[in-house]
Design a protein around this ligand. Structure first.
Ligand code: GLN
Length: 285
């Protein structure tokens, strides 16, 4: 069987399970096994595959059919133009979350500080922390997670991107491991409402519950995080956290109650859904 035939068979199989990206996923799985880039794959369409390779591709296709997320099978995911290692121990970085990174980078410049202390709560793979450290050169980042196995992945990722000395990892709950003054607090916390958990896609349910379950109303951890943040935010600083598309009103209410002097804005993602809350604090004037 040659590369082209294999791609055809694999995409047919993946299509049967309802994947809208069957063709692309077939390419990714084949390239992962052969360890080749896209250009090489197209050059070698007529090349024959060894039996071993055919078997290996088939077993990955099987895992995919069982709804294992593609990123867990390949072990990598792109986020904000950077490649991140991922595993079952961490949430797979989502494109919507790039909104947090983009906003934090823009706001960091406006803070006009020589050094910026960033804290990322619930860092998971470290995708947000690393993207911020790479793109905000005058920053130091503290990345926190409750999960030890998540911090191991975050450690790999900060090293791969040369950010070892700029990102400190701490194990703990929300802001408990932080005593420093914070300029930018960012978080993609678990925010899925309890009653919505069971209706998530089968693939999403393969991700850590700890990264998804936001309790009864999905906002419990956010409320707790904001309360803890009150004593730790610098007088001129920002807070940015991700929310579900139906949490905009409630989350901004909690934000205004906790920070009556802050400017609260709900930000929309590329689908025009509410996706993040920005709190700008300036109590020095
Ligand atoms: N955005 C993720 C999802 O809908 C949830 C991530 C989170 O809870 N922080 O699957």
């Amino acid at each position: 069987m040659n590369v082209k035939e294999n791609l055809h068979i694999t995409s047919q199989e993946l299509m049967k399970t309802g994947s809208p990206d069957a063709k692309l996923e077939a390419e990714v799985l084949l390239r992962h096994v052969l360890k080749i880039d896209r250009a090489t794959m197209f050059r070698d369409l007529e090349e024959n595959l060894s039996e071993d390779n055919v078997t290996n591709i088939a077993s990955l296709v099987n895992r995919r059919i069982q709804k294992e997320p593609l990123a867990y099978i390949t072990g990598i995911k792109e986020f904000y133009g950077l490649m991140f290692e991922v595993s079952e121990g961490v949430l797979i970085p989502r494109p919507e979350t790039e909104l947090l990174v983009e906003t934090a980078i823009t706001k960091a410049k406006l803070l006009k500080k020589n050094e910026i202390n960033i804290v990322d709560v619930g860092t998971g793979s470290g995708a947000i922390a690393v993207s911020l450290a790479v793109n905000i050169p005058n920053s130091n980042v503290i990345a926190i997670d409750l999960s030890k196995s998540a911090l191991e992945i975050a450690d790999e990722n900060r090293r791969t991107h040369g950010m070892y000395s700029r990102i400190k990892l701490r194990l703990g709950n929300l802001l408990e491991p932080v005593t420093e003054n914070i300029d930018i607090l960012v978080s993609n916390p678990p925010y899925i409402r309890k009653d919505r958990l069971h209706s998530l896609q089968e693939e999403v349910l393969k991700e850590p519950m700890l990264a998804l379950d936001g309790g009864e109303d999905g906002l419990r951890l956010i409320a707790e995080l904001l309360t803890q943040a009150r004593e730790r935010m610098d007088s001129t600083s920002i807070i940015l956290f991700e929310i579900d598309s139906d949490q905009g009103i409630e989350a901004s209410k909690i934000s205004k109650n906790t920070f009556p002097l802050g400017d609260v804005t709900v930000l929309k993602d590329l689908n025009n859904d509410d996706r993040a809350v920005l709190i700008e604090l300036n109590t020095s004037i």
